[in-house]
Design a binder for this molecule. Structure first.
Ligand code: G3I
Length: 429
C-alpha cells in the first residue's frame, strides 16, 4: 500500500476516530492547551483508535473535574488531558480492596462510580484493577480473614465489585502479581495472604468468580518484571506462562495477560524473551495488554533533556517491538502526567534521581506539555500497526528453540506433547 494512500486512508480513519470523541473541549469550558496541538485527531487516543490499539492511562478519579466549573487549574488540565488522550482508563488505586472496602461489611464505590461516569461521558473504555492482590489489603483484613472464610470473602468481593460494573468493563486484572520466585515455591507462586489462607486454588477461584460476575469482561492475569532478558525475569516469565498454561489446560476462564511494563531508562532492554511470551500466549488464544507503562530514570544522570531523550527512546523501541504483535490489543501508561506519578510520589531509593530532580516518566510533563515521549509513543503506534507482511524490523527474530519447553503443561495448547514415562511420544491431545 503506497505510503501516501496509507497516510490519506489513515488520516481519514483518525479524523473518523476523533469524530467519535464527543464535543469535548471547545464547547465545554476547558481553556485551550498551549504548545503543539496534540488534541482531537492528533491525540494518542485518535492515533490508537486508527491503529487498532486501545490507548489510555491510569487515573485518579478524585483529580477529575467532572462537575463543571470549580476546577483548580491542575484539575482542569488533568481532566482535559485524560479526556483527550485516553480511549481506555484504569483506576490507579480507587478499585483496590483498600479503597473499596473501608470495613469488612461496607463498600466505598464513590471514586470508582465517578470514573465510570466520566468514561461514559467521554466514551472511554475502562479496565478494572484489581480483584485479588497481596498489596493494598484493608487494615481490617488480617483480623477478619481466616482459612474458613477467606474463599467466601474473595468470591463475595468479586461478585459485588465485578457485578456492579458488569458489562461496562473492557478487562479485569483478576489476579495481580501472584508469581514471586523469591518465595522459592516450586510453582513459583507468591506466598501471599490469599495463598496462605486458601492455597494455590485461590487463583482459579478468583477467575471463576469473575467470569460469573461479569461474563463480558476479558479476564486478565497481570504482572511486572517479565519484560527483560535477565535470568531472573526470564525465570519469572516462564512461571507466568506455566501458570497461564495450567489455567487454560484446566478450562479456567482467562482471556488475557497484562504486562505492566514499568521499565528503566538505563540497564538491560526487553527483547526476544518477551516476544516469545507474547507469541506463546497467542497460541493459547489470549490477548496481551501493556497495562502500566512508565520509564523510571532514577539511575540516569543528567537534566530534563537527557531524561526526556532516554525516556522517549525506551517508549519508541519497546512499543515498536510489542505493538507489532497482533495479539497486543491495548497500551496504557501508569498515569498521564509527571505531575501525578507514583515515581514522584513514592520517595524510595529506586525512585530518587541522582540530582534529586523530579522524574519525567510519562507523555505529559508537570505543566501538561507533551514530552518527547508523547511523540515517540504516537509515532510508535502509527508505525507498529502499518500493514506489513513481517514483524517490524526491530523485532528480534523468533528464537529457534521454544524457550518455554521446560514450562510445558500437558494438555495445554501450544505445548509440545510430553513424552510418556516410557519415552514414546504422546500423540497430540
Ligand atoms: O489514600 C491514602 C491516604 O488516605 C493517605 O493519607 C496516604 C498517606 O499514606 O496514603 C494514601 O494511600 C496511598 C495510595 O497509593 C493512594 O495514593 C498508599 O499509601 C500508597 O501505597 C499507594 O501507592 C500505590 C501503590 O500501587 C500501592 O497500591 C501507587 O499510587 C500506585 O501507583 C501503585 O500501583 C501499582 C499497581 O497497582 C500494580 N503494579 C505496580 C504499580 C506501582 O507500584
Amino acid at each position: 500500500m503506497s505510503r501516501l494512500l496509507w497516510t490519506r486512508r489513515r488520516f481519514s480513519r483518525m479524523a473518523a476516530a476523533a469524530a467519535l470523541c464527543p464535543p469535548l473541549l471547545a464547547e465545554r469550558r476547558f481553556a485551550p492547551a498551549s504548545g503543539p496541538d496534540v488534541n482531537g485527531p492528533n491525540s494518542l487516543r485518535a492515533h490508537g483508535a486508527a491503529a487498532g490499539v486501545l490507548t489510555g492511562c491510569a487515573v485518579v478519579p478524585e483529580l477529575l473535574d467532572f462537575d463543571q466549573g470549580n476546577a483548580s487549574p491542575d484539575a482542569e488540565a488533568y481532566t482535559r488531558t485524560v479526556a483527550e488522550q485516553a480511549g481506555i482508563l484504569v483506576a490507579e488505586n480507587a478499585m483496590k480492596w483498600s479503597s473499596l472496602r473501608p470495613t469488612a461489611s461496607t463498600y466505598n464505590f464513590t471514586p470508582a462510580d465517578k470514573l465510570f461516569a466520566f468514561a461514559a461521558a467521554y466514551q472511554q473504555q475502562v479496565r478494572g484493577h484489581n480483584l485479588c492482590w497481596h498489596e493494598q489489603l484493608p487494615a481490617w483484613f488480617s483480623s477478619v480473614a481466616t482459612k474458613d472464610n477467606a474463599a467466601s470473602l474473595l468470591t463475595q468481593h468479586i461478585q459485588t465489585v465485578a457485578g456492579r460494573y458488569a458489562g461496562r468493563v473492557h478487562s479485569w486484572d483478576v489476579v495481580n502479581e501472584a508469581v514471586y520466585l523469591q518465595d522459592s515455591r516450586p510453582d513459583g507462586l507468591r506466598n501471599s495472604p490469599w495463598l496462605q489462607l486458601i492455597g494455590p486454588s485461590y487463583i482459579e477461584l478468583a477467575f471463576t468468580a469473575a467470569a460469573k460476575a461479569d461474563p463480558h469482561a476479558k479476564l486478565t492475569y497481570n504482572d511486572y518484571d517479565i519484560e527483560l532478558d535477565t535470568p531472573e525475569q526470564t525465570a519469572k516469565r516462564g512461571q507466568v506462562l506455566l501458570l497461564v498454561r495450567r489455567l487454560v489446560a484446566r478450562g479456567i476462564p482467562i482471556q488475557a495477560i497484562g504486562i505492566q511494563s514499568h521499565l528503566q531508562a538505563t540497564g538491560p532492554k526487553p527483547g526476544s524473551g518477551l516476544l516469545s511470551l507474547i507469541r506463546e500466549v497467542a497460541k493459547l488464544g489470549l490477548e496481551v495488554y501493556i497495562t502500566e507503562m512508565d520509564v523510571n530514570t532514577h539511575q540516569l544522570e543528567g537534566g530534563s533533556d537527557v531524561q526526556d531523550a532516554a525516556v522517549a527512546e525506551v517508549y519508541k523501541s519497546y512499543l515498536g517491538m510489542v505493538l507489532a504483535e497482533p495479539n497486543v490489543k491495548a497500551f496504557l501508561t501508569w498515569g498521564i502526567t509527571d505531575a501525578h506519578t507514583w515515581l514522584n510520589q513514592i520517595r524510595q531509593p529506586w525512585t530518587i534521581r541522582p540530582d534529586g530532580s523530579r522524574q519525567r516518566p510519562l507523555p505529559f510533563d508537570d505543566e501538561y506539555r507533551p514530552t518527547p515521549a508523547f511523540f515517540a509513543i504516537r509515532s510508535a503506534i502509527d508505525t507498529a500497526r502499518r500493514p506489513v507482511s513481517q514483524p517490524s524490523s526491530n523485532a528480534p527474530q523468533q528464537p529457534v528453540s521454544d524457550p518455554y519447553a521446560p514450562f510445558a503443561v500437558p494438555g495445554s495448547p501450544g505445548t509440545a506433547p510430553q513424552p510418556r514415562p516410557d519415552g514414546t511420544p504422546k500423540p497430540d491431545a
